[in-house]
Design a protein around this ligand. Sequence first.
Ligand code: NAD
Length: 350
Amino acid sequence: MVVRLARLAPPIECVRLYDLEAGLDGFIAIHSTTLGPGAGGCRLWSYPDAGRALADAVRLAEGMSYKNALAGLPLGGAKAVLRKPEGPLDRVALFRAFGRAVEKLGGAYVTAEDVGTSVADMQEVAHATRHVAGLPPAEGCAGGDPSPWTAKGVFDAMEVAAAIALGRGLHGLTVAVQGTGNVGADLCRRLADAGARLIIADVSPVRRDRLKAVLGAEVVDVSEIASVDADIFAPCALGGVLDRRTVASMKAKLVCGAANNQLANADAAAMLVERGIVYAPDYVVNAGGIINVSAEYLGETESDVEARVAEIGPRVGALLERAAREGRSPALVADEMAEEVIAGAQRAAA
Ligand code: NAD
């Protein structure tokens, strides 16, 4: 089977960030501003070279356009990727310099936390710009760490997807969770509460062992987590985990997790369909965080966030049912639906 993953035109703007003194080295990629300002988190990660960081920024920004469109948010897609310095890191200097770069874009880009960044980092960004979310919230207002909302959306999506793909609830199912960071750990707690059995892996022994002790999860090596004997595979680390090799060895019958850009390529999406593994599209499943970010930026309340995050499960359910009816990859169906939203807005604005 050939699956064409639909994709919009390339990013409309890429900004190089470089401030040697502050340790700032990276990119902001703005992929689409049709629906509103380009919004997406700021990732701090070790990249071997600037090219790799740029490629990640572009890919992630594109994903944000699709995610925001399908979540019904008035936001386009963008992302910042910062290269983690080899030596000591002055986070205050780094994130203030990053904030100044965001401010220069005059609101075309709205930033927030992502892998490797925190609420404290965004507070430093806020010294230089108001185009930042993920700050500590005022009473009743939306804001703060988006991870719990992301985890809630992933959990809800998994419940619905398990009913469709496996014909049962999460109680008694085995879930393999790759990455026990902010989202992965929260998801594990929710799964344990729901009576699921957990198998976990993380490159950080501290994060992994903490959960093992609290939840009694089985720990496996990071090289094994995608192929363990589990009902569900939940990627909650970095992107690109679903390639032909991983999919070929996967025993789980459902993939549903928080990581962005899980599919390494279109081949992997096709192979998932061929192997009868149901794939709940990443950006539909993990929209809880950006829903929280959007509400904070737009001055909305926590109840607004709750209501919108509650739509993720039913949205994933409708999408998986449509994909099954049409015998197509859910990834492709999601891309098409998001493109319809963006194209509709483009037509309305013309
Ligand atoms: P995090 O940095 O807190 O956690 C990621 C974890 O993955 C870390 O513990 C890290 O050690 C681990 N990890 C990295 N490489 C690994 C590997 N090869 N195998 C196993 N573990 C590995 O990040 P997070 O905020 O929990 O986000 C997790 C994923 O979800 C990311 O892909 C992120 O882009 C995506 N996401 C997060 C949010 C959010 O609200 N935080 C929202 C949407 C999407």
